[in-house]
Design a protein around this ligand. Structure first.
Ligand code: C2E
Ligand code: CA
Ligand code: CA
Length: 640
C-alpha cells in the first residue's frame, strides 16, 4: 500500500534546513576570520613593536655612552655601522639618523625620515616617541629618543616585514581553520537536519496515524478506507481487465444490540464492548485484508478474493465473533451482528456505491434476522430509501420533524368516540408525511427509540391536557416499542410528565404488539405492573399475529386486546377467519379483557364484529388518522 497523506514534504524541509545551516556557517566563518585576523594582527604588531623597542633602547644606550667617549662623531657612525644590533637589523632598517653635538648624521638614508615623520616637530620636550607610517605601500615603524640635554638623539625607521610574514602565516592558518569550521558546520547541519527531519517525520507519522485511525479501537477509520480503496483498485487494475470475476468483497458489519447496551449500561460499557469486538474481528482478518471501524457500531472488512466461495465461511466466522457472549462489568452481553456483503467490482466500481450496497444488504440481513445477506439488484429500491432515511434520522429528531396524528376509537353500539390512538408521522422536508412503517424500524435500530418515544409520550400528554382543559377529556393510546421496556427511566419519565402537565395517568394507554410483549415475558410483566401502578392503561396490539397461547395472555395484566386488522379485513370473505375472530373475542371475554377490533373499513365489518361480541372498533370507516384539531368533526359523522 502506498505511503500517503504526508502533509509536509520532508525533502523540502531538509533542503531548507541545510541551506539555512550553511548560510549560518558561512556567516559565522566570515565573522570568525575577520575578528581573528584583527586580533592576531594587533597581537603580532604589538609583540614586534615591543621587541623593536627593546632593541632600540639597548642600541640607544650603547650609542649614547659611545658618543660621550669619542671625540669625532665620524667614529660614531663607524661604530654604529659595526654594531651587531645594527647589522642584525640592517635589512629591515630604512633610516638611521643620529644627532650629536649639534650635528645630524644620516647613518642610513633609504628614506628622508625626519621630513616624513611630522610628529617629531610636535614632540617638544618629550624624550621618547614612536609611531607607524606608511611609505610606498610599506608598513614602517619609527622610534625616537634623545638625552635630556639634547646632546644626543637617535631616530630609527624600520619596515615591519616580520609583521607581514606573521600576518600571512596567520591568514593561512585562519583560512585552514575557517575551511575546517565550514565543513564542520555543514556536517553539523546535515546531522541536525537529519535529526530534525526524523523528529518531524515521527510527528507527522503520529498525526497521520491519528487522522487515519479510530482512537478507541486503533482500527483504520473511514478516511483510511478511501485511501485504501484507491490503492487497492490501482494495484489490481491489470487484473481487472483480464478476469471478469469478483475480486474483493466489502462486508458491512453492524452490531444488533449495541445501542441497547450503550443506552442502558452507559457509554463506557459500550466502548469496552466495541473494543472487545474489534479485537475479535481483527483476529480473524487475514494479512491481505483490512478491517475498518466505519461508524459507532459498524465495522467494515475489505476481503480480497481468489475464490468468491470464501466469502460465506468468512462471514460466518465474523458473525461467530460478534455472537459469542462478551463478559463485561459482571454481565454477559450477547450483541450479535448483521452483515451485508457487496462484491467489487460487480456491485459497484466506486467505493460509495459499494458501501451503499453493502449497507442495503446489511439492512436486509437485519430485517430478515438472517445474519448475513448478499447485495442483490432487485432489493434496493425499498432499502435504498431506508438507508437514506436512516442517515437523516438524527437531524429529524433534532429539528422536531415528527408529529402525532390521531385515529378515533369508537363504541360500536352508538358510534361515539371513546378515545384516540396517537400514530407517529415524519414530516419529511422532501417526501412529505411519512408513515411509521417507513421509519419505526430504523429508529429502533438506530438507538434513538428512547428519545423518540419520550417525544411521543410528552406530545400525547400535552394533547390530553388540551382536551382536558377544553372540557372533553379523551383517553389517548400511544404505541411503544419492545426496546422501550428495557429503559429503566421509562416509568419515572411518565410520572414526571403527568405531574408536569397535570394530566391524570388514566387518560393514557400504552399499546404494545403481541410479538413485542412476548420477547421477554418477565420484562413485559414488570413494565406492565409499574405502568399499571401509575394508572396507565395497557393494550396488547395486533393480537392474533403473535401466535401466543391462551395461557400466555393470562400472564399479562392488560386492559385491552386489539384484534389485528388482517383478521378483520378477511373476516367476511373467509369463514375460517370469522371463526378465529369469534374465538379471539370469546377468549378475551372469558379473561375479562376489553376487545378492540382494528382496521374496520366497512359498516358490514362493524356490524359483524358487534354481532360477535366486540364493543369497540377502530378503522377508516370511523375515521382515518388525522390531526388532533380534526378529531371531533370525524366522530360526529359516523355511527353504526
Ligand atoms: P398499529 O398500532 O396497528 O396502528 C394502526 C395502523 O393501522 C395505523 O397505521 C393506521 O393508520 C392503520 N389503520 C387504521 N385504520 C385502518 C383501516 O381501516 N384500514 C387500514 N388498512 N389501515 C388502518 P400507521 O399509522 O401507518 O402505523 C403503523 C404502525 O406503526 C402502527 O401500527 C404501530 O405499530 C406503529 N406506530 C405508529 N406510531 C408509533 C409510535 O409512536 N411508536 C411506535 N413504537 N410505533 C408506532
Ligand atoms: Ca397500535
Ligand atoms: Ca394494531
Amino acid at each position: 500500500m502506498s505511503n500517503f497523506s504526508s502533509s509536509i514534504s520532508d525533502a523540502n524541509l531538509r533542503r531548507r534546513l541545510i541551506i539555512g545551516s550553511i548560510s549560518l556557517a558561512v556567516a559565522v566563518s566570515i565573522i570568525f576570520i575577520v575578528v581573528a585576523y584583527r586580533l592576531s594582527s594587533d597581537l603580532a604588531e604589538s609583540i614586534e613593536v615591543k621587541e623593536f623597542n627593546k632593541q632600540f633602547r639597548w642600541f640607544f644606550t650603547e650609542l649614547e655612552s659611545l658618543n660621550r667617549q669619542i671625540e669625532d662623531p665620524e667614529q660614531l657612525i663607524t661604530a654604529v655601522q659595526n654594531n651587531p644590533v645594527f647589522q642584525n637589523l640592517e635589512s629591515e632598517l630604512v633610516a638611521v639618523e643620529v644627532w650629536s653635538n649639534q650635528k645630524l648624521y644620516k647613518v642610513l638614508n633609504r628614506i628622508n625620515a625626519a621630513d616624513m615623520i611630522n610628529e617629531l616637530a610636535s614632540i617638544g620636550e618629550s624624550l621618547e616617541a614612536n609611531g607607524a607610517l606608511k611609505y610606498q605601500d610599506q608598513h614602517l615603524f619609527w622610534q625616537f629618543q634623545r638625552t635630556p640635554g639634547n646632546t644626543f638623539s637617535l631616530l630609527l625607521v624600520r619596515k615591519i616585514s616580520s609583521l607581514d610574514q606573521a600576518l600571512s602565516f596567520i591568514a593561512n592558518r585562519l583560512s585552514i581553520t575557517a575551511f575546517l569550521t565550514f565543513w564542520l558546520a555543514i556536517w553539523a547541519a546535515l546531522v541536525m537536519s537529519a535529526v530534525i527531519t526524523k523528529r518531524f517525520e515521527e510527528n507527522n507519522q503520529k498525526l497521520t496515524f491519528l487522522a487515519l485511525h479510530d482512537p478507541l479501537t486503533g482500527l483504520k477509520n473511514r478516511t483510511y478506507l478511501h485511501e485504501y480503496f484507491n490503492a487497492e483498485v490501482n494495484n489490481s487494475k491489470p487484473l481487472r481487465q483480464k478476469i471478469d470475476q469478483e475480486q474483493a468483497a466489502i462486508l458491512m458489519i453492524d452490531l444488533n444490540k449495541f445501542k441497547d447496551v450503550n443506552d442502558i449500561f452507559g457509554h463506557a460499557t459500550g466502548d469496552e464492548l466495541i473494543k472487545i469486538i474489534a479485537l475479535r474481528l481483527q483476529a480473524v482478518i487475514g494479512e491481505n485484508d483490512a478491517l475498518f471501524r466505519y461508524g459507532g457500531d459498524e465495522f467494515l472488512v475489505w476481503l480480497n478474493l481468489d475464490d468468491s466461495r470464501d466469502v460465506m465461511p468468512f462471514a460466518s466466522e465474523l458473525l461467530n465473533c460478534c455472537g459469542r457472549p462478551v463478559p463485561l462489568a459482571n454481565n454477559q452481553f450477547e450483541v450479535g451482528a448483521s452483515i451485508g456483503i457487496a462484491y467489487y467490482p460487480q456491485d459497484g466500481e466506486k467505493l460509495d456505491t459499494l458501501v451503499k450496497h453493502a449497507d442495503i444488504a446489511m439492512y436486509h440481513a437485519k430485517k430478515l434476522r438472517s445474519g448475513f445477506e448478499f447485495y442483490q439488484k432487485q432489493l434496493p429500491v425499498f432499502s435504498e430509501r431506508h438507508v437514506l432515511l436512516r442517515g437523516q434520522l438524527t437531524q429529524a429528531l433534532a429539528l422536531q420533524q415528527f408529529v402525532l396524528v390521531y385515529q378515533p376509537k369508537v363504541s360500536l353500539p352508538d358510534g361515539k368516540i371513546i378515545g384516540v390512538e396517537a400514530l407517529a408521522r415524519w414530516q419529511h422536508p422532501l417526501d412529505g408525511l411519512l408513515s411509521p412503517v417507513d421509519f419505526i424500524d430504523l429508529i429502533e435500530q438506530s438507538g434513538a427509540i428512547h428519545s423518540f418515544s419520550r417525544f411521543v409520550i410528552t406530545d400525547a400528554i400535552k394533547q390530553a391536557k388540551l382536551w382536558l382543559d377544553a372540557g372533553t377529556p379523551m383517553p389517548i393510546s400511544i404505541n411503544l416499542s419492545v426496546y422501550n421496556l428495557a429503559d429503566p427511566e421509562l416509568v419515572t419519565f411518565f410520572q414526571n410528565q403527568f405531574a408536569q402537565f397535570k394530566v391524570p395517568a388514566e387518560l393514557l394507554e400504552v399499546e404494545l404488539t403481541e410479538s413485542a410483549s412476548m420477547t421477554d415475558i418477565k420484562v413485559t410483566q414488570t413494565a406492565f405492573k409499574q405502568l399499571h401502578e401509575l394508572g396507565v392503561k395497557l393494550s396488547i396490539d395486533d393480537f392474533g399475529t403473535g401466535m401466543s397461547s391462551f395461557a400466555y395472555l393470562r400472564e399479562l395484566d392488560m386492559d385491552f386486546v386489539k384484534i389485528d386488522r388482517s383478521f378483520v379485513a378477511s373476516m367476511l370473505d373467509d369463514r375460517r377467519n370469522e371463526l378465529v375472530v369469534k374465538g379471539l373475542i370469546s377468549m378475551c371475554q372469558s379473561l375479562e379483557k376489553n376487545v378492540i377490533a382494528e382496521g374496520i373499513e366497512t359498516a358490514e365489518q362493524a356490524e359483524k364484529l358487534y354481532e360477535l361480541g366486540c364493543r369497540i372498533g377502530q378503522g377508516y370507516f370511523f375515521g382515518k388518522p388525522c390531526f388532533a384539531s380534526d378529531i371531533k368533526t370525524v366522530t360526529n359523522e359516523t355511527s353504526v
